[in-house]
Design a protein around this ligand. Structure first.
Ligand SMILES: C[S@@+](CC[C@H](N)C(=O)[O-])C[C@H]1O[C@@H](n2cnc3c(N)ncnc32)[C@H](O)[C@@H]1O
Length: 252
């Protein structure tokens, strides 16, 4: 490895494990906030790898909770990670991470459904819609309760080039409940094909990466989650809003 690459790479210093932090701060999962944690850093690294290179990236993480995925994002080389977490109980643990990664982690205590992400990042990271995506990613092990309203909000933002998409074709790497993931990626004629499939595939390139087994979560959720659905808004740049470009099974 060259000296300059060595200087650029960052690893978090030794920290209490995510499991230890959960015990330390007595962070019992709240069903109301759809809290199912990922404690295995090999798995969170795998999820983060689906986003591609995060070297020097700006990232918004939705619902960092005890911070497993957050650690993987920082170790992958992101230089500006903004986390939006609704539950105050996680803030002290996140502050600990922020001290271990000076200048790299910004913590917002708030609701992702109302947070103005367009104000969260500098305008100089923007790239033209038709060009390469900006070095800005949205990553999250999404809370079940907000995943569908959130994706619909973002699809609207993609169509209008607003919110996080005012910077260009910002990439999303997200986990969903298995049935939502199946709907997002369902092809024409399949049983799961729905309005969500049509909207997502009209506006984005959608990739279903792998399935996370329920046993990977603490506590174990009732259903499996599909991980690393990568939505990149590649299709949005194509002037395809005419009805002719909408698939014939469209419920729109
Ligand atoms: C499924 S847990 C994932 C936690 C962590 N990222 C992990 O993978 O272990 C969802 C997280 O989102 C948070 N959350 C729930 N609703 C939220 C909202 N509306 N805005 C921001 N965070 C929210 C929860 O408090 C929780 O920390």
């Amino acid at each position: 490895m060259s000296a300059s690459r060595k200087l650029a790479s960052f690893r978090l210093p030794p920290l209490p494990t995510v499991g230890e932090l959960i015990k330390l701060y007595n962070l019992r999962a709240e069903k109301q906030l759809s809290q199912n944690f990922l404690l295995d850093l090999k798995l969170t690294d795998k999820i983060v790898r689906q986003a591609g290179s995060l070297r020097d990236a700006h990232v918004c993480e939705v619902g960092p909770g005890p911070g497993g995925l957050t650690r993987s994002i920082l170790n992958a080389g992101a230089t500006d990670l903004l986390v939006v977490e609704k539950d105050t109980r996680f803030i002290p643990g996140l502050k600990l991470l922020s001290e271990a990664a000076p200048g790299k982690l910004r913590i917002v205590h708030g609701d992702i459904l109302t947070y103005r992400m367009d104000r969260g990042f500098p305008s100089n990271i923007s790239t033209p819609w038709e060009g390469d995506p900006p070095n800005l990613h949205i990553i999250g092990n999404l809370p079940f309760s907000v995943s569908t309203p959130l994706i619909i909000k973002w699809l609207e933002d993609i169509a209008n080039r607003t919110g996080p998409f005012m910077h260009g074709r910002t990439r999303l790497t997200l986990t969903f409940q298995k049935e939502v993931a199946e709907r997002l990626t369902a092809s024409t004629g399949s049983k799961q094909r729905s309005r969500l499939s049509v909207m997502a595939q009209y506006l984005c390139t959608v990739r279903n990466c792998f399935t996370i087994p329920g046993r990977a979560f603490v506590p174990k959720p009732e259903r499996k989650r599909e991980a690393g659905i990568c939505l990149s808004a590649l299709w949005v740049s194509v002037p395809a809003r005419q009805p002719t470009s909408i698939p014939p099974d469209s419920p729109l």
